[in-house]
Design a protein around this ligand. Sequence first.
Ligand SMILES: [Zn+2]
Length: 485
Amino acid sequence: MSTILNLAPQNVWKHFHELTQVPRPSGHLEKIQQFLLDFGKQIGVETFKDEIGNIIYKKPASPGMEDKKTVILQAHMDMVPQKNKDKVHDFVNDPIKTRIEGDWVYADGTTLGSDDGMGVAAIMAVMEDKNLKHGPLQALITADEETGMYGAFGLKPGTVDGDILLNLDSETEGQLYIGCAGGVDVTCTMEYKEVPVTEGKAAVKVVVKGPRGGHSGLEISEGRANTNKLMARLVTELAEHDGACLVCWEGGNMRNSIPREADVVLTVDKACVSDVKERAKAYEKIFNDEFNEVDSEIHVLVEDVDLPAKEVPQEISDNIVNALLACQNGVMRFIPSVRDTVETSSNLAIVKVKEGKVEVNILTRSSRDSMKEYMAKSIAAVFRMAGMKVEFSGAYSGWAPDVNSPILKAMTEAYKAQFGKEASVKVVHAGLECGVIGAVVPGLDMISFGPTLESPHTPNERCHIPSVQRFYDFLVATLENTPSK
Ligand SMILES: [Zn+2]
């Protein structure tokens, strides 16, 4: 028997232990869905699975609480399967082993699944408990959040209906999240016919590398270097002074990562090769002066290469470089009502120019859908002016914070009364299920919170034991203090 069964609050840890015994890596949810269906039926609440595989519970209000607003408790059932290299573990069939070390619960060389098993365990505890005071309750336990929020995206209108949604998938106890970013992918393409390289030219390869990169949402506010942008600045300069024309460009590899490297091959006037090298050196210094406080050392390297047979036509080369230079990148606006938090941003993520084809991939994000659209359209305008075709895809909604939300007011007051300190209120500049669910169930007043987890998605994932008690007590108090209709 696992020792986590002795931890407090026992009802939550009991259910978390049961969840560790049911394999539930993303994409393999049959066992956990059956387990959750059986659980709901056994405790006698209305239980069903929707078309996409989400599990829903509905429990009537406790006596005297019928006039409260309806609360939807929400968590995701899947977990990220990660293990240490030397660990033998089959996530589809093997249970997760847990161990306690000091104030923390870990797994044994694998992810623990406290993200979001703790949210699911708390829902099970609330649903099972017949002595809690609460208004009408529903629970939405979503499928496959970790691989693309498929359960949330597949949620049909009318499956759940409530006034308030409490998402239990945050990772720092004492923080209340009241907003997140939506996103849209912008893809710009063009085909061109390569032309023979003009007389009197030489070729160089230019590499910009060294910056840290990072998550294009969570780390965009730091103003780190984007190597595609640095390269566009340098190539613009070289086109102006040294007759530079593109042969190819390769920068960045993931839409949601700030690019850390960009390589181009250019033809330049033969007489200008040494000038190119001097300008590259000068720009290396400029870049390091600009970014040394937020980034690691940036290198701009130039080497001579064999003259290729063909290049991009000069006019098209200039158009591509101009568009990359003009494309918005980084933070566009901070949220007016929540200081120091990014509202709208973009990441000039991937640039590929090669053998007659250009493709540029940008990810734009905003907690406000209309600003996301504005950002995406302004980027599209630049690339269309350059003669490129622009498509939008993968759009999902943000969750615009409402600092006057009734449930936020009730929860910040309850937190202060319970723990004698203020909860911190934040907006995350990345996608959460709340944004997606909020677009399906309009008018929801939403908050995201949870116990403290560290290093989720890695074999070092750990859950802070004392924070689970505070998280659960706070959840129970929130249900008791739900505003009335
Ligand atoms: Zn999660």
